[in-house]
Design a protein around this ligand. Structure first.
Ligand code: ZN
Length: 458
């Protein structure tokens, strides 16, 4: 029964039409613009969108709005670049153990449905671009369907399977692709490229065999030859694995091991090489800040769009997490002390010139797609100002993706990826949960409207 319902409402999800591309230019008027370049906000701004691009950014007083123009009145609201989450897993819903949900996860069709929901949740949450760092071919299919305008979702850059050094006796993992030796490593990069991934993800962990420098270099070199970036997962902390990633010439490091380095010189090297560092993860922040005015760890959009079985499993997960948190606190774990450490580390990395970018690991345990604003708010509790956090998720995230000329800032010529927020995010980043409109490539979405399809089935 449940399955038939899922089948029914996924048809509805697919069938909901997006608002078609603007034929006449769209004027977004009267809002305060935070353009993603770090300068002071521009009050009474006008942004003109023609087709998929921004054509004009200016002051309302300096522009004549033609009669009959298509207008979004953003008076009293705030306009920002669409947010970018540089580290997600669209294939996961926020549960640590997918085995908990056999009925939902037992076929590619159902996994694909959940990927589509995750994509929609991200868009509802103001995330107009995600970088998926570990998935099977299903995410690539969903990416292509979003690009073709068949379904609603963010821009997706997907790494596909993660490259992992062959480890005799290690468990098989669907999203891992093994390699052994530099030649095989290159062959696997070419295989991934021919499956049309957007970048390469390398997994360096002490839970598996650690590859040689020659092997990691081969991967990065082959990726670069093919025009793909290569980013590296490392354990935290793990100075040796960070060293390997740096020496191999990787473009970025996921998770915060670089912030924990004992070796200051290595941190300086990361900065000099222009590598990007994902500063934290949603899992970490949500766990520690569930009492920071963020409310229910499972947001309303997720409750609305996920099948009931997923929601109840998430609730069980949240209960386990609450218990763990209480136990940690009882055994002396002190959130303030952890936070103080993070503030020091963030500060040290910025002083060294490291480009910190925003990534949440959405899909990992209780890091739910579309609730990225919680992790972004978390950054402001970990040593970043609200403006710095916004830059991490806009301009600087776009740099990490190599898309800085297309997205990440509100400027003439850029793709029209914008969010309109009801209240000032610089005052409190939790205001990012109250979105008035999400615009991707000039297509305007009403977040409330994106939730409707599920309710039709109910
Ligand atoms: Zn991840």
């Amino acid at each position: 029964m449940k399955r038939r319902l899922i089948g029914l409402w996924i048809v509805l999800l697919v069938a909901v039409p997006v608002i078609p591309q603007q034929k006449t230019p769209l004027y977004i008027t009267g809002g305060t613009l935070i353009d993603g370049k770090g300068g002071p906000p521009l009050p009474q701004a006008v942004v003109i969108v023609d087709g998929e691009r921004i054509t004009v950014v200016g002051r309302q007083s300096a522009l004549k709005i033609p009669p009959g123009a298509k207008i979004i009145d953003a008076t009293g609201k705030y306009l920002l670049p669409g947010l970018i989450d540089t580290h997600v897993h669209l294939e996961y819903v926020g549960l640590s153990d997918v085995g908990e949900l056999p009925a939902v996860w037992d076929s590619p069709d159902k996994i694909k449905e959940l990927i589509m929901i995750n994509a929609r949740l991200d868009l509802i949450g103001g995330i107009t671009t995600v970088r998926d760092l570990g998935s099977t071919a299903l995410v690539l299919q969903v990416r292509d369907e979003i690009n073709a305008g068949k379904i609603a979702g963010p821009r997706i850059l997907a790494a596909g399977m993660q490259l992992v050094k062959t480890t005799p006796g290690a468990a098989k993992v669907g999203m891992f692709l093994d390699y052994d030796g530099p030649d095989d490593a290159r062959a696997k990069v070419r295989r991934l490229a021919s499956s049309r991934v957007d970048l390469i993800k390398i997994r360096l962990t002490h839970q598996r065999a650690v590859p040689s420098l020659e092997e990691v270099r081969a991967i990065v070199d082959e990726a670069h030859k093919l025009g793909l970036r290569a980013t590296v997962h490392t354990d935290v902390p793990a100075d040796d694995l960070v060293r390997l990633a740096v020496d191999a010439g990787a473009d970025g490091i996921e998770h915060n091991a670089p912030l924990r380095l004992k070796d200051d010189a290595l941190l300086g090297e990361i900065a000099r090489k222009g590598m990007t560092v994902m500063a934290g993860s949603g899992e970490f922040y949500v766990q520690r800040f569930e009492d920071a005015g963020l409310g229910d760890p499972i947001g309303q959009a997720a409750i609305r769009l996920f099948p009931d079985g997923v929601v109840s499993a998430l609730r069980q997960g949240a209960a386990v997490l609450r218990k763990q948190t209480a136990q940690m606190k009882a055994s002396g774990w002190d959130a303030e002390q952890v936070r103080a450490g993070f503030i020091r580390e963030t500060d040290r990395a910025r002083k060294a010139g490291v480009l910190l970018i925003f990534g949440t690991d959405a899909g990992a345990f209780l890091a739910i797609h579309g609730e990225e604003y919680k992790a972004l708010y978390g950054e402001t509790r970990m040593g970043s100002t609200a403006m710095e956090a916004i830059l991490m998720a806009t301009r600087d995230a776009a740099k990490a993706l190599g898309k800085e000329r297309e997205i990440g800032t509100v400027e003439a010529g850029r793709l029209a990826d914008l969010i309109i927020v009801e209240a000032d995010p610089l005052g409190d980043l939790r205001n990012l949960r109250n979105l008035y409109r999400v615009i991707k490539g000039g297509v305007v979405y009403d977040p409330a409207g994106l939730l409707q399809s599920r309710s039709q089935e109910k």
